[in-house]
Design a protein around this ligand. Structure first.
Ligand code: CO
Length: 315
């Protein structure tokens, strides 16, 4: 009985002494002395195994240079905080042009590369990255390349996953179409058109999703017409439809996450080539509704469901 108790006592003293002596010694060896054993992140865990998991979310939007349009991104962040209250949320914008524009005004917004490097530096180990784009086009694929840098080797997070943009499945498309149609103001009469402006892409095959979305909108309501700035369907197709149906009035809405530069200028601006001006020359009066899809909670839920699935893949 004594030998066993004695052995246990010696073992206990050894463990306690080891804990007291080794931990501060290891910390001092790095010249820190901040006493925060896990937060100074030099990455080898003092030889006592991996550091504890720290979860993070990185929300990635195209970005906007229009201050009022930020309300849409604020809405996504607010809804994400409600849904994932325990998790730190960071932001990055993919448009370098917009980031440079804001930097000239004194506001620095991170690229995905910088944002992930900072999160790595801060000691995050599990990161779910969520694309807030509409289609998996050029911006999304560049984001995916960036995320891949943090999957292997020296820069790798323990776990990282990437949630796809708004339209990533047929179910997403149906939900998005229903959500947009539900948000059309009740004052719109059945003989009035609803003209939606998507961004579109002349550089990526994912532009075809706008064609699919346009068909899905038309199936629900033949006078809800989706076109895009850069891709197809284009404004000429919308005009042809309006002519056929002898439309006199149209509600204009962006089919983009934010009601930014495209919505305020290319869609509803006063320049000769805005959609509003072109429609006016065709005898159609316009009522602009400057509300991004990220201000529509039913669409925000699609993005956040993708984020939740991305989190589940790494938990
Ligand atoms: Co654009």
């Amino acid at each position: 009985m004594f030998p066993l108790a004695g052995t246990l006592l010696i073992l206990a003293i050894t463990i306690i002494a080891g804990a007291i002596l080794l931990r501060p010694a290891a910390c001092r060896a790095h010249g820190r002395g901040d006493g925060d054993h896990h937060a100074h992140g030099h990455g080898h865990g003092h030889g006592r195994g991996a550091p504890p998991d720290r979860d993070g979310i990185l929300l990635v939007a195209f970005g906007t240079s229009i201050p009022q349009a930020r309300a849409a991104l604020d809405n996504i962040e607010r809804r994400a905080r409600e849904r994932f209250p325990e998790t730190d949320i960071r932001w990055a914008w993919t448009s370098s042009m917009i980031r440079r524009k804001l930097a000239r005004r004194g506001e620095v917004i991170d690229s995905p590369l910088i944002a992930l490097a900072k999160m790595k530096e801060e000691g995050f180990t599990r990161v779910a990255v969520q694309s807030l784009h509409t289609i998996p086009g050029v911006e999304f694929h560049q984001l995916r390349e960036t995320v891949d840098i943090f999957r292997r080797g020296h820069h790798a997070f323990g776990h990282i996953s990437l949630g796809p943009p708004l339209l990533a499945s047929h179910a997403d498309l149906e939900r998005a179409v229903d959500g947009v149609i539900a948000a059309i103001p009740p004052e719109r009469r059945v003989d009035e058109a609803v003209v939606l402006m998507g961004h579109g892409s002349e550089r990526h095959a994912a532009d075809l999703l706008y064609r699919a979305a346009a068909a899905a909108f038309a199936e629900r309501d033949p006078l809800v017409l989706l076109g895009s700035v850069e891709g197809h369907p284009d404004l000429d197709e919308i005009l042809a439809r309006c002519r056929e149906r002898q439309i006199r009035k149209a509600w204009l809405l962006p089919f983009m996450s934010v009601a930014g530069d495209h919505a305020r200028n290319d869609l509803a601006g006063d320049d000769d080539d805005s959609w509003k001006s072109v429609l006016a020359r065709h005898g159609i009066e316009s009522i602009p509704m400057l509300r991004g899809t990220a201000e529509n909670d039913r669409l925000v839920d699609i993005w956040l469901d993708h984020l939740q699935a991305a989190r589940e893949r790494i938990s």
